[in-house]
Design a protein around this ligand. Structure first.
Ligand code: SAM
Length: 334
């Protein structure tokens, strides 16, 4: 995953775009068939096609797109085992915490691995993601998934971080911490042993309730974290478009037109139906309740004004994002 690839080969993970809210991850295997409501798609037909291609079903009834996996697409197609962090939050957290190629990051809990994929791509081969999950089945599932997606920079540990902390065999030395746990205040005191001592470390706690935020703030203050701030990401789609300017006369003319066309339709209905050579009733050619002619947005024969409109809310697990920093103590021997 995340290595750019032009063409699809056997064994590749492909995200089959079946519809706007329907992306299905598949591992391409000769002989397998992807079954969808738009028809069956033999994997054999996918091999050798460029990523991004449209393929038609075996009986030419429908089509899908074959997409190259990215963390953003994985987030909207992954099998949910828990609530997950969506891209509007993860992208904000990554840039605000200055996570870059080479960064060392702690993440707890792993959950469905949505954010792990985004972290893994951002920190790249020179960085490392230390992810912790205490639920055994979720840990096993995530381990399998990370291996099959070749997330080689992720160290996944089966651990209750609230009781056992973050220490593992290798040095963690994290520059950024992300906690998506029901009780982050219990994990915060364990962090001091696992974070970098010679540079500023950032933390983000992701909590749906304000009571959790209050408890986490207290724990952060007690453990020497500063610059504590809370943010909530309310992502919305914003659409800019043109709307036709209509005067009163236009509205009256439109009503007259509707009436006129209703009358024409009623007259047509009185006539005996026309039939084709096989005796089937022919289309009357006019629908009195139809909508009239479509006008392309911006058609120069009409007057337009620019308007804006917000779309429906984007999919996101709305939580409060609590940020803080730990600055190294001068003269602490580093
Ligand atoms: N951020 C994840 C994602 O984007 O897919 C979702 C995390 S999910 C909301 C929270 C996870 O934390 C659950 O899988 C839960 O089992 C795990 N968890 C809860 N308490 C924990 C603890 N003390 N130690 C480790 N994992 C814990």
């Amino acid at each position: 995953m995340f290595h750019h690839k032009k063409t699809i080969a056997e064994g590749d993970l492909v995200l089959a775009y079946i519809g706007r809210d329907n992306l299905k991850p598949i591992f391409v295997k000769n002989g397998d068939v992807l079954q969808t409501k738009y028809g069956n798609f033999p994997h054999t037909d996918m091999i050798g096609k460029p990523f991004g291609s449209q393929v038609t079903s075996a009986k030419n009834v429908g089509f899908i797109y074959l997409l190259l996996p990215t963390p953003e697409l994985w987030t909207v197609s992954l099998p949910h085992r828990t609530q997950i962090v969506y891209t509007p939050d993860s992208s904000y957290i990554v840039q605000r915490m200055n996570v870059v190629g080479g960064s060392r990051v702690i993440e707890a809990g792993t959950g469905s691995g949505s954010f792990t994929h985004a972290f893994s791509r951002t920190v790249g081969p020179a960085g490392r993601v230390f992810s912790y999950e205490f639920h055994e089945q979720r840990y096993i599932q995530a381990k399998k998934e990370f291996e099959s997606h070749k997330l080689e920079n992720v160290t996944l540990t089966h651990r209750d971080v609230c009781n056992e902390g973050f220490d593992i065999d290798t040095e963690v030395n994290a520059q950024m911490v992300f906690l998506d746990l029901p009780s982050p205040w219990e994990a915060i005191p364990h962090l001091s042993r696992a974070i970098a001592k010679d540079q500023t470390v950032g933390i983000c706690c992701f909590s749906p309730c304000i009571e959790q935020v209050v408890k986490a703030v207290e724990a952060l203050q007690e453990c020497g974290w500063t610059a504590i701030e809370m943010t909530e990401v309310q992502a919305k789609k914003w659409e800019a478009r043109k709307e036709m300017v209509r005067e009163l006369d236009d509205a009256i003319e439109r009503l007259r037109d509707v009436k006129r066309r209703q009358k024409e339709g009623a007259e047509l209905k009185k006539l005996p139906p026309k039939r084709d050579a096989d005796g089937n009733e022919k289309d009357r050619g006019y629908n009195p309740f139809g909508k009239g002619k479509r006008i392309a947005e911006g058609d120069e024969s009409f007057q337009w004004q620019n308007v804006s409109k917000t779309g429906p809310e984007l999919k996101t697990h709305t939580s409060y994002l609590l940020f803080a920093r730990q600055v190294p103590v001068l003269g602490a021997g580093v």
